[in-house]
Every structure is written in C-alpha cells, then in structure tokens.
Design a protein around this ligand. Sequence first.
Ligand code: UD1
Ligand code: CA
Length: 481
Amino acid sequence: MSASSPAAVVVLAAGGGTRMKSKTPKVLHEVAGRSLVGHVVAAARELGPEQLVVVVGHAGEQVVAHLEATAASVRTAFQAEQNGTGHATRIGLQELGGVEGTVIVVCGDTPLLSGETLGALAVTHATDGNAVTVLTAEVPDSTGYGRIVRDPVSGAVTAIVEHKDASPAQHAIREINSGVFAFDGRLLVDALSKLRSDNSQGEEYLTDVLSIVREAGHRVGASVAKDHREILGINNRVQLAEARRLLNQRLLEQAMLDGVTIVDPASTLVDVTVTFGQDAVVHPGTQLLGNTHVAEDAEVGPNSRLKDTVVHEGARVDNTVSDSAEIGPGATVGPYAYLRPGTKLGAKAKAGTYVEMKNATIGEGTKVPHLSYVGDATIGDHSNIGAASVFVNYDGVNKHHTTIGSHCRTGSDNMFVAPVTVGDGVYTAAGSVITKDVPAGSLAVARGQQRNIEGWVARKRPGSAAAQAALAATQDSDGES
Ligand code: UD1
Ligand code: CA
C-alpha cells in the first residue's frame, strides 16, 4: 500500500450486457485467460486499496461464484435492479459502510485498464486536491461513450453527457469518459443521494456526480489516459475481439522485449498467466494458455495449443495439442501429438507423430516415435516403443496401469493389455499382444505362427492378375523367359 492507496475501490459489474447477445453475463466473457471483471479486479488490487467491492446483479450468483473461484476473498454487493451506474455505486458503498478518503470507481467491462493508469489517476487526484477526478481519453470514434464537456475558456471539465443525451455539437467531442473516477468518499455519498433519473435511459448516472460536486463549489479535474486503447469498454463482441487483440499484443511485446522470439505475433495467442525463459521461440499459429511455461531455448509451434503445460529447456514441440503435461529438457513432441493430463516426458524423451499420451510417465531418452496410444503407463529410461503400439488400459469398467522397464525394445504393433509389467531390457516381437508379465531380459513373442500354403493362388484364383504375376515370378526364378 502506497501513500496514494485509495480507501476503497468499487467495481461496477451488475449490468446484463444486452449488446453482447449472450447467455453468459458480459463481465464473465474471457480475454487472455481471465474474465473481463477478473482483469479489472486484478488491476484494482495493484493499487492496494483498503477495501474492494464488486457490485453484481444480472446473473449475480454466477458472477459471485466466478469471483469466489478466481479472485479470492473479494467482497460483493447485490444490485437487484440495474438502475444505472450511480445507483450501483451507492449500493457498493452501502456494503462497505462509511468511507473516509479516496474512492475509485471502475467499470467491470474495461479489461485493458492497467494498475499503472489507475495509480496515475489516484496520484493526480491527490496532488491536485480534487473532489472528483475523471479518467478521460481522446478516441478516434466516440460513439456510445459519455462526452467530456469542458469550459471553452478555462478548459475545466464541467459535465459528462451520455451519448444518448448529447446534442449534435456534443456528439462531435472526441474526449470521452473512461468510466473510471477518483472521488472524495464523503462528497460522493452526498452527491449520489441527489442523483435523478430524468434522462434518456431513465437511469441514475454516476457521471452526473461530477457536475453536482462542481456546482457545490468543489474542485473537479481530469486525468487524460496516455493510451486511449487502454480504456476500451466492452459492449459487444467486436469490441471483445479488439480487446483480446490489443491485450495479446501487449503481452507478446513484453515477452519479445524480455528476449523471446515470437515469429508471428498476429497468429500467436497467449494468456496473461503464460511465462517464458530467455530465447524461447514461438512459431506461427500457436496458442499458449493457462499456466503454461516455455523455458529457455525451447521451441513451440507451429500450429500448437498448449494449456497448463511446462516445456523445459531446449525441448521442441511441433504441431501439438497439450493439456496439463510436462515436457522434459531437450524432449521432442510431434509433429501431430496429443498430450493429455498427467503426461510427463523425461529429459530427451520423444512423443512422435500421431502419438497420444495420458497419465503417462516416460523416462529419460525413451522414445514413442510413431502412431501410438500410451495411457496409464510408466516407462523407464532409454526404451523404444515400436510403431503403432497401444497401451490397452480400459477393460470397459476400470482403467489399469502398464509398467515397462528401462532399455526395452518393443516391436511394432504391440498391444500391452493392462495391468501388465514388462521388465528391464526386454524385447518383444512385432504384432504381439502382451497379456502376461515379461521377466527382465526376455524376448516375448505373443502372436500366431505364420503358415504358407504354396500354389494356393494358381489353384483358387486361376487366370487372375495375381496368378499371372506369381507364374512370372516362378519362371524368373527358374531363369526362363
Ligand atoms: C458508461 C458511462 C459512460 C462511459 C462508458 C465507458 C455512465 C452513465 N456512462 O457507459 O459515460 O463513457 O461507461 O465505458 O456511467 N452497471 C451496473 N449497474 C447498472 C448499470 C451499469 O453495475 O445499473 C455496470 C455495468 O455492468 C458495466 C458498467 O457499469 O460494467 C458500465 O455500464 P454500461 O451499461 O456498459 O455503461 P455505458 O453505456 O458503456
Ligand atoms: Ca460499457
């Protein structure tokens, strides 16, 4: 908490978000791995406020459950009817009891707002000795926003006029209300009790507090945001996509400045929780989600989606989908691999092409190169699993485990019917169905004996192309033409 830490932050998140045309409440829509309101709460927390309250209403129970699951110990207040931002603020303050000092009010639909910008607003508010400070921005298109009306002579902010209530001249104003304010707590409570709803939306506007406080003779000021894109308020899904693009760009630029190569930022998506080591490389068409970490010198992509996955130093992951997996140092994955929860690849291990793994621990240097399913398994170090092998883990009722030792060479097209244990140094024959444990150092052969019935084609398929080819082959081998 710093000297400019506010006494309270009120986050307004009760609106339904009609313009989203969604079953999901607006503030729960997601951008870069966090809900809209989650981003706002995270930025607000950077201020170190004494109290923080989120005003919920529309789908309130769902929003409260979400906040409890993601933003620990956040207080909420319930606005049963959405009578406007002023009404919502009053309900938030009632939940907190009396507030002395600075109150910051912020909308729950501005996910790009940074803690830094909120902090700058708090500092301006304190150093200028204002009763109200509004965060404004100059935008290329002010449609839908409240307009900042300034005195033509002094330049002082005199009022905020909502888009729907604005005159044609006011429509032309490009300086807009971000929806973020710093208030003197006591004056705010007093002004909120004086709000009227005689406007085009029949709502109590928080924005009217500014002119009420000013007319009562108090000092009102504005802090202009350095980057207007930060205050983008999400009202529809076009703006949602724009916010995602901008936040993604911000995250990737920071990663690049920290020494990560992002080959094509436009086709790379990351969540706010993703971290990188130096000289990590991300190829085009890649999504890195949740608590994914790409360590030093590791390479991911192209065309990969990694969620909650740790890629250790120098590993290579190509055209892969992975969820809750750990990829060891120098390991290689893909192209076209699918790693499911509980997969753990050791150092220099390999999950190759068309390989699926789940709940499997693969030892150091062990390779599963081609066309295989490895589920519920433990494989030791430096073993090789033949192409097209299946770890048969499910008997239709229960899942069972397969254990394979170190330095094994299993043949192609093996079925390991779990529960089964294969000892160290074992070889298995191609096409084997392994149903019994194999002792260390054995060769296991579990397949039918081959039988050749000579002359069968000539007898059963006379005159066919196959019979002619067979005849020609016999003549060739006899040296005749
Ligand atoms: C609001 C501002 C506008 C500003 C814009 C910035 C007002 C009257 N208007 O307009 O000046 O330019 O934000 O994005 O303040 N909410 C409640 N309860 C309510 C109504 C709204 O909690 O009764 C919440 C919403 O969930 C939302 C926020 O307040 O998070 C803003 O509401 P919204 O309807 O999006 O306001 P705008 O029309 O965008
Ligand atoms: Ca809005």
